[in-house]
Every structure is written in structure tokens, then in C-alpha cells.
Design a protein around this ligand. Structure first.
Ligand code: NDP
Length: 298
């Protein structure tokens, strides 16, 4: 049976560390790390994420603010707010919650964020810096996955890593981080031929697909470390509850099968998910520290 990687415990430890670092920064420099989260519209899932981000940032001793804007706001009004936050010395991290309403160009909005404050790591400057191995703000989810892998494995060097999924927010940055950690990296996607065989090569298998339980137990190399990023809603196991429309969350990996084969595996929920917000706090501290280094007066 695989070890179950406890993402909640790792995330709690990381949040505590962030709190300590924030207090120390305040003591040494008089600066409180500041996170500003912007949300447009009423999407309930996005609202919940944003609420959690704000609460966890405040609990760690950050200055935390949330700008809640109506769905009808124009892109120019949103860009004005981003420009103000870019100039605000009390704000070290800016996060614009995605998805944005259809009348907005998300790429243009992300591009307007000062790369030094881009704590989601989605700006092309940060993606480029990561790709060429310069210090960058790295997207929180792959950063969380890397932390879990480093905690789980003594050594990543030389391992075969397969990342299933090539999105800009998870798959690609994950592959870059694993490459920097000296893994031999394969990125698989919807056009990959014989995906099960590709996955069987992996000492480290990262699934970031968005398809419930697609990766089966017999796709996994015995002893591999499996990181399941997927968050998928499926009907409840209980037929009566399912009939009422009740759902449960599963990953991209068929957990019950994979746990019999893998060496270690993240559960869903309770694996990668909790790490994402903890890494957002970490990124905000990184941004604040770099901004202070750049201009001690800030
Ligand atoms: P995207 O939809 O942007 O990307 C999915 C990727 O999976 C694409 O590269 C796609 O390939 C690939 N894919 C789709 N179907 C297949 C298939 N049948 N075989 C192989 N590859 C396939 O998703 P994200 O990267 O944004 O998210 C992935 C999952 O992670 C989702 O479940 C999401 O909810 C979850 N997630 C979880 C987070 C967390 O905090 N835990 C944070 C972010 C995401 P192609 O490029 O060819 O289309």
C-alpha cells in the first residue's frame, strides 16, 4: 500500500512558516507583507477560493484586502484598479481571480500586473524567467506539488517524471520545475500516443488533466510517487444522494487502484489542493522580500 501524502499537514506547516516570516519581516523592516485579491462577478466557487485566500493571508499576519467588482465592470475599469495596485507600496502581491467574465481579455489583464507582484506567476515575464532558470514567481499549484515531492523523496535528480497535462498554470510550469530539479521530464497531453505506456515509465507521475479517475492503477510503475492535481466532481457513491444531485470530489487518478501500486500518493481532496493557498502566501513573502531588496524605502 502506498504512503498517503498529507497535503493538509504540509500546508499547515507552510502557513505557519509564512506567519513566522511575516512577523520577522515586520520586526526587521517595519513592512507587513500585503496581498490584494481581485474578483469580478459572482461565481460561487471563485468567491469561496477568494474568501479562503483572504482569510488565510490575514491569519498568517499579512495585510490582506479583497476587491469585489461587479460582473458588469469594464475591462478598462479593471485595468485602472490593477494599475493602482501596481503603484501601491503596501501591496506586494496582486492576484486577479480567474475566470474573468467573457467580455474581458484575461491575457491582457494578467499582462497588466507588475511581474514583481504577480503572485499567481501567470505573467509571461515570470513564465519566461522560470523557463530560462532565472528567479521567478512560480504558479502556486506546481510549486505546491514540488514541495510535496521534495518532502517525500530524498532525491529528485535523475528520476523519470511524467506530467500529464500541458496547461500554462499547472502542466508546463510543473515540467519546468521538475527539469530544474534534474528529473528527466516527459509532458503528455490529449494527443499523446499510448498514454498508459508513457505513464508506466514514471518514477514521478503528476496528473493535471481534469478527467475523473482517468489514470488507472495499471498505468503506474510500482513504487512511483503520484501527485494528483485533478479536482473533478462526480455523483455521490450513495445512489439516493446521487439522485438528489449530491456530488463528491475525485482526482484524475483512480485512487483505490493506484494506492495498491504506488509508493506514495496524494489524496483528493486533502493532497495538492491545500498546498495551493499556502504557496500563495509563500509567493507573497517572496515578492515582498524582492521588492524590499530592490528599493529599501518601499
Ligand atoms: P486544463 O484544462 O487547462 O488542461 C488540461 C490538460 O490535460 C491539457 O493539457 C489537455 O491536453 C490534457 N488532457 C485532457 N484530456 C486528456 C486526455 N484524455 N489524455 C491526456 N491528456 C489530456 O486544466 P488545468 O491544467 O487548469 O487543470 C487540470 C486539473 O487540475 C483540473 O482538474 C483542475 O480542476 C485541477 N486544478 C487543481 C488545482 C489545485 O489547487 N489542486 C489548481 C489548478 C487546477 P491538450 O493540451 O492536448 O488539450
Amino acid at each position: 500500500m502506498a504512503r498517503i501524502i498529507d497535503g493538509k499537514a504540509h500546508a499547515a506547516a507552510l502557513r505557519e512558516e509564512a506567519g513566522r516570516r511575516a512577523r520577522r519581516m515586520l520586526e526587521l523592516t517595519g513592512v507587513q507583507p500585503g496581498l490584494s485579491v481581485v474578483i469580478v462577478g459572482d461565481d460561487p466557487a471563485s468567491r469561496l477560493y477568494v474568501k479562503n485566500k483572504g482569510e488565510q493571508a490575514a491569519a498568517a499576519g499579512f495585510r490582506s484586502e479583497t476587491h469585489t467588482l461587479p460582473e458588469t465592470i469594464s475591462q478598462d475599469e479593471l485595468l485602472d484598479l490593477v494599475a493602482r495596485l501596481n503603484l501601491d507600496p503596501a501591496v506586494h502581491g496582486i492576484l486577479v481571480q480567474l475566470p474573468l467574465p467573457a467580455h474581458m481579455d484575461a491575457q491582457a489583464v494578467l499582462a497588466a500586473i507588475d511581474p514583481a507582484k504577480d503572485v499567481d506567476g501567470f505573467h509571461v515575464i515570470n513564465a519566461g524567467r522560470l523557463a530560462v532558470g532565472l528567479p521567478a514567481l512560480v504558479p502556486c499549484t506546481p510549486l505546491g506539488c514540488l514541495r510535496l515531492l521534495k518532502a517525500e523523496l530524498d532525491q529528485l535528480k535523475g528520476l523519470e517524471a511524467v506530467v500529464v497535462g500541458r496547461s500554462n498554470i499547472v502542466g508546463k510550469p510543473m515540467a519546468q520545475l521538475l527539469l530544474q530539479a534534474d528529473c528527466t521530464v516527459t509532458i503528455a497531453h490529449s494527443r499523446t500516443r499510448d498514454l498508459p505506456q508513457v505513464c508506466r515509465r514514471a518514477d514521478i507521475l503528476v496528473a493535471a488533466v481534469g478527467r475523473a479517475e482517468m489514470i488507472r492503477g495499471d498505468w503506474i510503475k510500482p513504487g512511483a510517487t503520484v501527485i494528483d492535481v485533478g479536482i473533478n466532481r462526480v455523483p455521490s457513491r450513495d445512489p439516493a444522494k446521487a439522485a438528489e444531485g449530491k456530488t463528491r470530489v475525485v482526482g484524475d487518478v483512480a485512487f483505490d487502484e493506484a494506492v495498491e501500486v504506488a509508493g506514495a500518493i496524494t489524496p483528493v481532496p486533502g493532497g495538492v489542493g491545500p498546498m495551493t493557498i499556502a504557496c500563495l502566501l509563500d509567493n507573497t513573502l517572496t515578492a515582498a522580500a524582492r521588492i524590499l531588496e530592490r528599493d529599501p524605502a518601499e
